[in-house]
Design a binder for this molecule. Sequence first.
Ligand SMILES: *Cc1c(COP(=O)(O)O)cnc(C)c1O
Length: 428
Amino acid sequence: MVNILEFYEKFYNIDKTVIENSQLALTELSGVFKDIDTRAEIGQMKVLKAMQENGLSDIHFNYTTGYGYSDDGRDILEKIYKDVYNTENALVRPQIISGTHALTVALAANLKYGDELISISGTPYDTLQGVIGIRPTRNSLMENGVTYDECSLTSDYKFDFDAIKKVVKPTTKMVAIQRSKGYDWRNSLTVSEIGEAIKCVKEINKDIIIMVDNCYGEFVETIEPTDVGADLCVGSLIKNAGGGLSPIGGYIVGKYDLVENCADRLSAPGLGKKVGATLGVSKTFLQGLFFAPTVTASALKTAIFTAKMFEKLGFEVSPKSTDVRTDIVQAIKFKDREKLIAFCQGIQLGAPVDSFVTPEPWDMPGYDNEVIMAAGAFIQGSSIELSADAPIKEPYIAYMQGGLTFEHGKIGVILAINNMVEKGLIKF
Ligand SMILES: *Cc1c(COP(=O)(O)O)cnc(C)c1O
């Protein structure tokens, strides 16, 4: 047997207690990791089957320019997404800039003047607040005549069914659900919990459109929100679904007409899905989707390993290492400014790209507090790659996610912890 200890000492001079505890953590997590591997295999089957049934072939790795008429690669990619999500239609494009853009398209395409939108998972993700108009911006949904209301989650972070029945009306046009905690200290919502909430809303009026922000959730469970009745499901390709390979992009899947509306909003009314050159990225999108289940599994293992290590060190983490997971985000409550910064700087030390820079807190536009961000990614801003962000405010919580391979995720987290140990901030 190879002795990993020697190599951590040789390459990185890691403190012995850190490596010993990491090996112990791995032994304790072996059952959980086995289950993650099984889920990845199921995800792989879903993706493989969809590629086979749609007859994916070499000819689909074409390169289109200009208007992008008859782009067979783009069209088959969308058919494959539709099947993986077990739904009717898909829009998967490099013209979708980000998760926020995909969500904006899904919302703006399906909400008109006078329509009501209700979030039933509390206040949405930061950038969405601007899109909706909760935080006033130019051209927000609210500025365009959409009304908005929200139901908070209960104190134990579950859907509040009583509140939903009060706030959602038969005339409500759309209900939005955010699966992942994003940058909030709450539980993420499992697909089965989302299914229950959808049932509750559909009892008020079956025509209310349910849109799920699926960012960070793809392939963590064996089913997706569209399997439990979501009409629209939306995400970013520089998170889970892109498998770490997609250089840009977003996806919207769901009911046929609703996705057609999105296509008309993204391109132009009447043009819809028929235009949009892919400039050669279709193959990368497809290959990324092919890798997505196992890459997501690596990120998930990295998150759980991190939770376990910080539990050993006496910190509060969310989710706990033993909790059921539905996304790849791991929050760690440091309750100390210096520890938080040392952790984020340590994550940067473990990056394959820009490992030599030291991230510092800065006043990022759109945020109330200073923010520190550790990211040394091949794709700029990609958070399926190992990354950590934190607003510099009490109680000093870091949100960490990603890890293209578990081997890298583990090394990165060990470096981060070692950085804190070396500075005398923590001790096993
Ligand atoms: C990342 C994220 C978004 C927005 O994605 P961007 O690609 O950063 O615009 C929206 N919602 C949630 C829950 C996210 O995690």
